[in-house]
Write a protein that binds this ligand. Structure first.
Ligand code: FES
Length: 266
């Protein structure tokens, strides 16, 4: 039987053109890129961007936030947290960026049909890959509930965009916006049955989601792991399966980044 998050996609290499780049929150940048590769992208996959500096050999994996196949544009959102991402943030409209992708297995929404309720849970910089997922689910006619958690008001991103497709609740750790607390503060109060659940965020949040929805048949989490090759060859991104009867290791870049809950040791 096919794994429930299994999807196949070719890995391509292309110099994508920067359409624009904006700082949407402190140290958080949104970059819109254009190229033919967009035609092959699926929700929940990532791009592997080469930092425009010969001394930076490793590519940076960045999740796909939104896909517009009509105009062949993709948007990505990332946090500047080192010299590599700092250099990416300096790219301007008209520049080109050496990109490999689309990579990894994304979110499976095939079991969801019109009218069904689905739940999306995102935290911090894990929120962007869930945006295209919310949009795709809404376009299928699903009733989408979204719970997003951030450190504080300044860090809140994409709330307005999600509002077009979903019922959105925002939490902040310090209570400076939305509901004070973590996403669990809200999710623990939800009483609906959801046909599917999709999550991405920091390890602590994913641990919570994994344990709360461990036995749900259609609950998925996107993991973020440090990567090197990004294409399944170096095993720098290995995670371990809970079930030792299967091969014990999975590569986040190749076998994920999306995994079913209850399968991976978080
Ligand atoms: Fe090399 Fe995943 S980064 S196998």
């Amino acid at each position: 039987m096919m794994d429930k998050s299994e999807q196949k996609a070719p890995i391509l290499k292309e110099d994508l053109r920067v359409i624009n780049q904006t700082e949407i929150a402190p140290r958080i940048f949104k970059m819109v890129l254009a190229g033919q590769m967009v035609n092959d992208m699926e929700i929940g996959q990532f791009l592997h961007l080469r930092v425009p500096d010969p001394s930076k050999l490793l590519r940076r994996p960045i999740s796909i936030c939104d896909i517009d196949r009509e105009i062949q544009q993709v948007s990505i959102i990332y946090r500047v947290q080192g010299m590599g991402t700092e250099l990416l943030s300096q790219l301007k409209s008209g520049d080109f960026i050496d990109t490999m992708g689309p990579q990894g297995k994304g979110f499976d929404i095939s079991n969801v049909s019109a009218g069904q309720k689905v739940l999306i849970i995102g935290g911090g910089i894990g929120v962007p890959p869930l945006y295209a997922t919310a949009k795709a689910l809404a376009e299928k006619g699903a009733d989408v509930t979204v719970v997003l958690g951030f450190a504080n008001k300044a860090a809140v991103i994409l709330e307005e965009e999600f509002n077009h497709y979903a019922h959105v609740t925002v939490t902040t750790d310090d209570g400076s916006y939305g509901i004070r607390g973590y996403v669990s503060t809200v999710v623990d109060e939800l009483t609906d049955d959801y046909a599917a659940i999709y999550a991405c965020g920091a390890p602590g949040m994913l641990k919570y989601v994994d344990s709360k929805f461990e036995h749900h048949p259609h609950a998925y989490m996107s993991l973020e792991e440090r990567m090197a090759c990004g294409m399944g060859a170096c095993y720098a991104c290995v995670v371990h399966l809970k079930d030792r009867s299967e091969a014990a290791n999975k590569r986040v870049c190749e076998d994920g980044p999306v995994f079913a809950t209850g399968t991976i040791k978080i």
